[in-house]
Design a protein around this ligand. Sequence first.
Ligand SMILES: O=C(CO)[C@H](O)[C@H](O)COP(=O)(O)O
Length: 234
Amino acid sequence: MLFFYSFAKKTKKFNPMSVKIAPSILASDFANLQSEIEMLNASEADYIHVDIMDGVFVPNISFGIPVTEAVNRHAKKPLDVHLMIVNPDQYLEAFHKAGAEIISVHYEACDHLHRTLQAIRNLGCKTGVALNPHTSVSLLEDVIQDIDLVCLMSVNPGFGGQKFIENTYSKVRQLKALIERKGTSTMIEIDGGVNENNAPLLIAAGADVLVAGNFVFSSNDPIETIKRLKSLKN
Ligand SMILES: O=C(CO)[C@H](O)[C@H](O)COP(=O)(O)O
């Protein structure tokens, strides 16, 4: 519970009963990043989702440490940093210093996931593990107690604006069952193709955090879109 409230400390409006929304700035206007962050500050978003892509782990390059640091300078919401990179251990400290509150690494990119999670914890950040669509949640059985947030990829990582993969619902239910069986307070985050049609089903399956890129930033009124997503019930 303490963990839950510490995430909320930077958030002005906070309703513990509602799903949390993490707009992905991958879909924002990079030429106007400061005003995009100020828009998110004024919204009901819970986190700012920051996608780091290296062109190796995923077939796209987004931005890196200096941009994350610049975002953090203006952000009044916690940064939820998703590392889609190889050798994440090498950059954990740099992203911590750049302002990350949650650091998610990919299961598929870590040879020694337990060690990586300890390193994230030792920096004082919350630990996140992202799973590609083909990766089974059962692989987290022996490490779930060390994970604050599991990010289930509902698209193949690398690009915004892709179609949501329907198998995600079943993965959310499996992960929820694992978390309940192990008695951890791990949050379930969904990333990719989230919109107001699939969001209620994801919430019903057990999702705690919804990442939304294009659905928010391509809408006519992103602040209103975030509010609508946040008010959705299962
Ligand atoms: O991780 C990502 C892509 O790898 C993005 O965060 C994700 O795609 C969100 O964007 P959208 O909501 O537009 O799908």
